[in-house]
Design a protein around this ligand. Sequence first.
Ligand code: G3P
Length: 214
Amino acid sequence: MHLLLDSGAVDEIREASSWGVIRGATTNPTLLRQAGVEKISDLVASWAAAWGTLHVEVFAAGREGMVEQALRWTSLGKPLAIKVPCTPSGLAVCRELAQRQIPVNVTLVFSLSQALLAAEAGASYVSPFVGRMEDHGMKGVQLVADIRNGYDRTGVSTQILAASLRNPRHVEEVALAGAHWATMPMAVLQKLFHHPLTDDGLQRFSDDAAHLQD
Ligand code: G3P
């Protein structure tokens, strides 16, 4: 399972990328607003291909507007995936962009039925929102497992990108449930590194290294 940073903050993305553990970032209008991004084209233009793929969400009201936004951003020549909502017009946009070989991430997915529709529309990625499901008493990790099972049984190649992950347990559970990708905020990514026995071992090695020469 590959990891992505869920963030609209370029500084965060650059830092996480320097650790060598992420393959890009996912954004949404809320994250971009929090990060103070006003113009998505500016973010796309500043994107370094070495950071991996930037998943950026269209927000225009109608089908034509969403396609126009997507084509304008992809024309900047950066590695992008276009996020579209799992609605009739969003999936029509998905189909149109997929026919143009533009990778599409169908977002805000909360059921296997939606995931099957996204696959049929040609999505490269489908994003079940695990944490938000759990907020409402639904089983988010189980949905990831169900989508993986449904896709594998029917020969679907759309990749499952588990989103709305709130803690390291979510990340581990979606890996075991068969997600191909997991996106998470910086705070969760940082927590993945930590284990008290690693800290303890490092301290002991550091004490003993003080008696060594290289
Ligand atoms: O990638 C989707 C994610 O941004 C949603 O996370 O925490 O707002 O449910 P959250």
